[in-house]
Design a protein around this ligand. Structure first.
Ligand code: NDP
Length: 283
């Protein structure tokens, strides 16, 4: 039976640290501020943004929400980002993805100044992560690293397999595991013999976006299994990329969905905003 890696407990510890840092910064006259932009009516995005706002308020940070209509033009969105780039009360800017199809995501992300890019999606921040000399780490992979650290799970020399190569999860995740001296394999939709590759993993990270994709026969006995997926089933329930019921008896550690990686992502966002506020105020 695997030990559950409880994202709620670990993220609460991170959020407590953030709260203490926010309070210390406020005594120096600095209130960290996060601006969150959401365009359109995507229900999942609305939930994520509401959770981010809640977390900001609980930590004592200032939160600025910009809910824009679906038909917002690129010029309007760029103008808002420009305004926030120049606003000293705003230390972090997050534009909730996905954006409506008529907006060029790359252009929008690149318009956020790197110092305020608390998602670490800007090419300058991505490049710094590649080199290993960074200011911010992307929230989901960094949250996962925090979970592994909290559970004293050693990465050095371990076979790490990441399923998924997206810019926001798979690629940066593999880079962070590499920085910690893991031997990393990145899988994707064209990977051959996926089952065999996954079965080699001491640490298996699933970021696929397909419910119950990882089954027990893909997992080495005693592996650490991290489930990034957030999939909504027809009955409305949330479900990960890992078939929890099957895999849990095989793994040594496993993250649940919900209550695993998700809360860590938000806690890291808070942490990044504090880092941004400190850097921008030379603290
Ligand atoms: P993407 O859709 O951008 O990437 C999915 C990846 O999975 C792609 O690289 C794709 O390969 C790969 N893939 C798809 N099908 C297969 C297959 N049959 N075999 C092997 N690989 C496959 O998703 P994201 O990375 O953005 O997100 C992944 C999941 O994580 C989603 O469920 C998302 O909701 C969730 N998520 C959760 C977060 C959290 O806080 N917990 C934060 C961000 C995301 P290819 O590149 O070849 O197409």
């Amino acid at each position: 039976m695997a030990k559950l890696i409880d994202g709620k407990v670990i993220s609460a510890a991170v959020k407590e640290e953030v709260k203490a840092e926010v309070s210390a910064l406020k005594q120096k006259g600095v209130t960290p501020g996060l601006a969150v932009i959401i365009v359109g009516e995507d229900p999942a995005s609305k939930v994520y943004v509401a959770n981010k706002e809640k977390a900001c308020e609980a930590s004592g940070m200032a939160s600025f929400k910009y809910a824009l209509p679906e038909n917002t033009s690129e010029e309007e969105l760029l103008a808002l980002i420009q305004k926030l780039n120049n606003d000293s009360c705003v230390n972090g800017i997050l534009c909730q993805l996905p954006l409506p199809r008529h907006l060029n995501e790359e252009l929008i992300i690149n318009s956020i100044v790197p110092e305020k890019d608390v998602d670490a999606f800007h090419p300058q921040n991505v490049g710094k992560i590649m080199i290993g000399n960074y200011d911010f780490l992307p929230c989901t992979p960094a949250g996962i690293m925090e979970m592994l650290k909290y559970e004293n799970i050693d990465i050095e020399g371990k076979e790490c397999v990441v399923i998924g190569r997206s810019n926001i999860v798979g690629k940066p995740m593999s880079m962070l595991l590499l920085h910690k001296n893991g031997t990393v394999t990145v899988c994707h939709s064209r990977t051959k013999n996926l089952k065999e590759v996954c079965k080699r993993a001491d640490i298996l990270v699933a970021a696929v976006g397909r419910a119950n994709f990882v089954t027990a026969d893909m997992v080495k006995p005693g592996a650490v299994v991290i489930d990034v997926g957030i999939n909504r089933l027809e009955n409305g329930k949330l479900c990960g990329d890992v078939n929890f019921a099957e895999v849990e008896p095989v793994a040594s550690y496993i993250t649940p969905v919900p209550g695993g990686v998700g809360p860590m992502t938000i806690a890291t966002l808070m942490k990044n905003t504090v880092t941004a506020a400190k850097k921008q105020n030379n603290i």
